[in-house]
Each structure stands twice: as C-alpha cells, then as structure tokens.
Design a protein around this ligand. Structure first.
Ligand SMILES: [Zn+2]
Length: 260
C-alpha cells in the first residue's frame, strides 16, 4: 500500500490540498491515534497550513511541502482550530509563520492542569510567549476570504474556518465535528458539554447547507459534500499499518484499515 495522492481543490485564489487525511478511529488497546487532517493552502502570496498534526506527521508535512518546491520556512501562516496536541504541536516547525489561534482558546489551554488532558502543556506555554503568535477571534477574516467562526464544545475556544469561494464554500471544522458519524448523530465523542457540541454542529449544518456544493473538511475524516440531504464522502479513504512480525525488517505484515 503506497501513500495516497492528496486530494486537491481550488477556490478563492487558493490551491487547497488535504496534505494528511484524517482518520475517524481509535486504537483498541493503545488509546487515541491522533490521525488528524492537515490542510495545505497556497494563494494570495501565502503558504498556509490549517492544523499541523502531531509528531508522527512531521515528515509527511515536509514531503508535501517539498512536492511543491517548498520548505517549512516558506510557510507564512499556521491556523489552529484548537489547542489539542494532535492538531497543534507542530507549530514549532514553522519558524517564519504567524501562528493563528483563538486568544481565549490559548488562555484556557495554558491554564489546563498538566498531565491530565490532550492539551500539550509545554507547546501551548511556548506559543503564548512567542512573537509568532496571532490571537484571533470569531468573525475575523484571518486570511483573504477565510473567516473564523466560534465553535465551542470540543474545547471552549475552538474555531472553525469558512473559505468563501465563487462557486461554493469550504468549511474546515477541526474537532468541532470530527467525522461523518458525529455530524449525522449530532453527538460528540469528546466534549466538555454535549449540548454545546450539538449546538455547534447544528450551526455547522446551517453553514454547510447555505450554499450548494459546499465542501466540509472535518478534523478526522474525509471531505464531504451534501447530496440529497445526506453527507457523502469525496474521494476514497486510504489507511493501513505495517508491522514487523517476521524475522527480518523486510517481512512486513500489512493491516488495511480502510474499512468499507
Ligand atoms: Zn481535539
């Protein structure tokens, strides 16, 4: 199984690429996978990442940038939906970028107790003191055509981002809506208040239905669009694990996690 070819979209003067495809699952005996969606956007003189994944995704990001003749130092803007480790820790890869995050989200994250939550304690503390930090808030047009919306529930200061295109919009939901099952059930797997998460997902549905063909890009699943009132996936999932169960490093056992 070879790495997948990234999905690409074009809108509002940006080339948009799903640099890493998020995955809607957890390990049975090993906790959360943290396989989150990372989006690369190029346009308007900017090189932008929406969320940055976690440590295991660093080389993937470098490879995707390299495919476009870019390096991490060429990234101008990193936009974080929220502070959790599997979306935020790689901000440190981008020494020249502005790091955008909701100011209230960061203030909350810095005060979270150490060692007990998915907040990466030291990374958010460094970010709070960094000259690269750009505190943003709901309603801001963070980049040309890209507007932040308040989306609490998963975390208190979670933002989603709507890219207003000529033909349709793209909505980047982070973990406010992690996957298709959450959007269909209006139930969240991780939330400090299920009612608040539900209200946020109802708000996302309103944004999604507002313009036909609008694409929703969740934090841990494939992109989707609405057809006949139902969310349908765009593109195919590609996920697997290889393991060394043999006697040499050449003997690899492949577990296909693509699912139905
Ligand atoms: Zn999260």
């Amino acid at each position: 199984m070879a790495p997948s070819t990234p999905q690409q979209f074009a809108s509002s003067g940006y080339q948009i690429e799903i640099a890493v495809q998020g995955y809607p699952g957890k390990a049975v005996c090993h906790g959360g996978l943290g396989w989150s969606t990372i989006v690369l956007m190029r346009g308007h003189g900017r090189v932008v990442l929406i969320d940055t994944g976690s440590f295991g995704q660093r080389q993937l990001i470098i490879d995707r940038l390299s495919a476009h003749g870019l390096q991490p130092s060429n990234v101008t803007d990193v936009i974080l939906t929220h502070s959790h480790w599997d979306h935020s820790v790689n901000w440190v890869m981008f020494s020249k970028a502005r790091i955008h995050i909701d100011g209230g989200e960061l203030d909350w994250a810095v005060k979270e107790p150490w060692g007990l939550t998915p907040v990466p304690e030291l990374y958010v503390r460094e970010l709070a003191q960094s000259p690269q930090l750009q505190r943003i808030k709901a309603g801001d047009e963070v980049l040309p055509h890209l507007v932040a919306h308040r989306a609490p529930g998963h975390t208190p200061g979670h933002l989603i981002f709507v890219l207003h295109g000529e033909a349709h919009d793209l909505i980047f939901t982070g973990d406010a809506a992690k996957n298709r099952a959450e959007m269909l059930s209006l139930s969240a797997d991780m939330t400090y208040d299920p009612a608040i998460s539900r209200a946020t997902m109802e708000m996302i549905w309103q944004l999604w239905r507002a313009r036909p063909e609008t694409i929703l890009i969740p934090g841990h699943d494939l992109p989707m669009r609405i057809e006949n009132s139902v969310p349908v996936y765009i593109g195919a999932r590609k996920t697997g694990i290889t393991a060394w169960f043999g006697e040499t490093l050449d003997e690899l056992h492949l577990f296909d996690l693509t699912g139905a």
